[in-house]
Design a protein around this ligand. Sequence first.
Ligand SMILES: [Zn+2]
Ligand SMILES: [Zn+2]
Length: 279
Amino acid sequence: MADHHPFLYYWFAFLCIILGRYFLVAGGTHLLIHSVLKQFFVDREIKIDPPVWESIRSDIKLSLFSTVIFAFSAAFSIFKFDRGATLLYADLDKYGFWYLGLSFLGVLVLQDTYFYFIHRLFHHPLLFKWFHLGHHMSRQPTPWTSFAFDPAEAVFQALFLVAIVFTIPLHFATVIVIIMTMTIWSVLNHLGFPLFPTSGYFHWLGQWAIGPLHHSVHHRKYTKHYGLYFTFWDKLLGTDEPNYDSAKQTLRERVLHDNAIPPKPLQTSKSLRSGRLEV
Ligand SMILES: [Zn+2]
Ligand SMILES: [Zn+2]
């Protein structure tokens, strides 16, 4: 068995890794949108809001709290792995290559299901203020919003990651790919503007996979689109925007049009605090 390190050693190491990951992915995407790719969007008539720094500061502040909490959960998992208490494994031959893909997909489906139900629960007026208001403080999401969770919500999200390493055999590589998928998908969902065309292949994919347009609807209409990766639960439980499939183009234009209006940062209206905002 490798060297055992104290819990705080792992916690501090994960704090640096998770923080670095956030600034690299969210900050890198922000820079790409507002500098390198600026002309690309202008050419396609996609209007990108100028950054609202007050909102971004609020998102970064919450993300720092999330980082502390996620670092605890990661440190706890590795600390327990050192003592042989988790189902994490490093030997590729243990379950075969096919299991790497199967366990990856299985965890995505489980996480999507878990997220859908806790997310929907956190929108309950009694819970919203404590569990989820912070995530919705920026009316117009940006990549910085992707990790901005109230500490109570971050605890519930981190618990999922702890639970899977104790209940599902997972190779270290699978865990890394899951976390990368989670990070990149969340940043894409919070771009705040449509990334893909609404026709052809992407239209088919968009039926089942959540993307920026789908999640932008949630940030405008809190009673719709609670999913994380897939639209399955929204469709099954009737929280899908009824016009989303048939009028995606209209929605796209509406999102684009709304984006042209400077967003009001840090709304604290009654409807926002109640978790039932519809605009
Ligand atoms: Zn929400
Ligand atoms: Zn969001």
